[in-house]
Design a protein around this ligand. Structure first.
Ligand code: AMP
Length: 439
């Protein structure tokens, strides 16, 4: 007997089914429209890259790189057997991307984009992979929509415009109950001194901290500020704050950013503990949280990363960007009741008698060309059964096509909500449905 095995999606991955997928498409489409209105262009990136790219940019001490990446070697045997050109890089380890900023910077360098006029403004969307403990709002394959500005300028107006674009997008996508948190974490001139001070202060209270925070005193003291452990909160509140230790340039940059946000009517809250988990950030960091999500409530994170391109072997370049978590954004839109009703099925073509079938095929094509969603049953059905199915599928109208209609070159349109019927010519039918569609 053959074993009957039921295949299931791997833990931490999931299928997005209709009608949810329509909401996803609309969310992504809105991002395209808003980002393109700010003159961003789409970049489509590979799903996997050299592991070293992520190690160098995201940072080897981060959870993402140290334990969450899906990494595999590109086997030499395979390369030989498929006659691919062999280069040293093909034997290196590769990882499924845990985020996309590193890839955008790699592409910026590879395609010499610094030679392009003005700032390079790119957006991307797609799946990311992290081996995290799955829970609601946290998956191993999740989706991000991100945008990056790379170039020679670090003007605070760039940061402000990026934040404006982000919030315009969220509000247009129906994600309205959000809070924007901002912070500045300094740059290479002032951050190291602050981190050292923080380390010293943390040493003094080490005994009162949990194992994770104790470890981070050595590896990455800033990350202690991220801690959600309740007993650590009163201790963290008393630690020195970066805002009191910024150098003059960083302080001026942050002050100007706040002016720019006020100018644009953008509401924000300052959060000195917002350091973000990735190593490459400098100066501006930000996060957006949304309602209806419980503990996994961050829907977007981002910040400035001047110097990252250089770190990856490119020319001196300033950069800023963000990544929106699509899974959580959609959850929040659904849970706060802001999800638009899907358009659904407009017309079900209930044809009867083989003589009406050619007309049914042809009118279906015409209605679809006019932008309507139309279902044409592939086999003849009894009238009652056909209308019953139209109802179950949630169609708004049934277009009844029997011998009478074919003989009189008309169509009977039945509105399923109230059973109102009209006899219409083809021109009248198209005009009527077109005006209904626009309503
Ligand atoms: P990060 O790249 O960690 O700054 O994440 C940016 C955004 O991506 C977060 O605010 C989340 O909305 C989303 N995100 C990050 N990790 C996950 C995950 N494992 N599952 C779902 N969404 C995630």
């Amino acid at each position: 007997m053959t074993e009957r095995r039921q295949f299931r999606a791997i833990k931490g991955t999931r299928d997005i089914l209709p009608p949810d997928s329509a909401l996803w498409n609309r969310f992504e489409q809105t991002a395209r429209e808003v980002f393109e209105s700010y003159n961003f262009g789409e970049i489509r990136l590979p799903i996997f890259e050299q592991t070293e790219l992520f190690a160098r940019s995201v940072g080897t001490d981060t959870d993402i790189v140290s334990k969450e990446m899906f990494t595999f070697p590109l086997s030499q045997e395979f390369e030989k057997s498929t006659q691919l050109e062999e280069g040293p890089e093909q034997r290196e380890l590769v990882s499924l991307r845990p985020e996309a900023t590193a890839s955008v910077c790699r592409a910026y360098i590879e395609h010499n984009m610094q030679a392009l006029p003005g700032n390079t403004k790119l957006y991307y969307m797609g799946p990311m992979f992290r081996r995290e403990r799955p829970q609601k709002g946290r998956y191993r394959q999740f989706y991000q929509i991100g945008a990056e500005v790379l170039g020679q300028s670090d003007a605070p107006a760039i940061d402000a415009e990026v934040l404006e674009m982000l919030l315009v997008f969220f509000s247009r996508a129906g994600l309205t109950r959000t809070t924007l948190y901002i912070n500045s974490i300094g740059d290479k001139n002032c951050r190291p001194q602050y981190v050292e001070l923080l380390r010293q202060e943390l040493q003094k209270v080490k005994d009162q901290l949990g194992a994770d925070s104790q470890r981070r005193i050595e590896t990455n003291p800033l990350r202690v500020l991220d801690s959600k452990v309740p007993s650590e909160q009163p201790i963290i509140e008393k630690l020195p704050r970066i805002s009191d230790h910024l150098c003059d340039d960083c302080r001026a940059h942050f002050a100007k950013l706040k002016d720019e946000l006020n100018l644009r009517g953008i509401q924000y809250e300052e959060n000195w503990r917002l350091v973000r988990g990735l190593d490459y950030y400098t100066r501006t960091t930000f996060e957006v949280i949304a309602e209806g999500l419980g503990s996994q409530n961050a829907v977007c994170g981002g910040g400035r990363y001047d110097g990252l391109v250089e770190l990856l072997g490119g020319p001196p370049t300033k950069g800023i960007g963000f990544a929106i978590g699509t899974d959580r954004s959609i959850l929040s839109i659904e849970e706060t009741g802001n999800a638009p009703a899907p358009d659904g099925l407009s017309v079900y073509v209930a044809w009867m008698g083989l003589a009406s079938y050619p007309t049914a095929v042809w009118i279906t094509r015409k209605l679809r060309d006019a932008g309507l969603t139309v279902e044409l049953p592939p086999e003849e059905m009894k009238f009652k059964k056909s209308l019953g199915l139209a109802d179950k599928l949630g169609a708004r109208y049934a277009l009844i096509l029997g011998e009478d209609e074919v003989a009189s070159r008309t169509f009977t349109l039945k509105r399923l909500a109230d059973a109102e019927q009209k006899k219409l010519t083809e021109a009248e039918l198209l005009e009527y449905l077109e005006s209904e569609r626009r309503r």
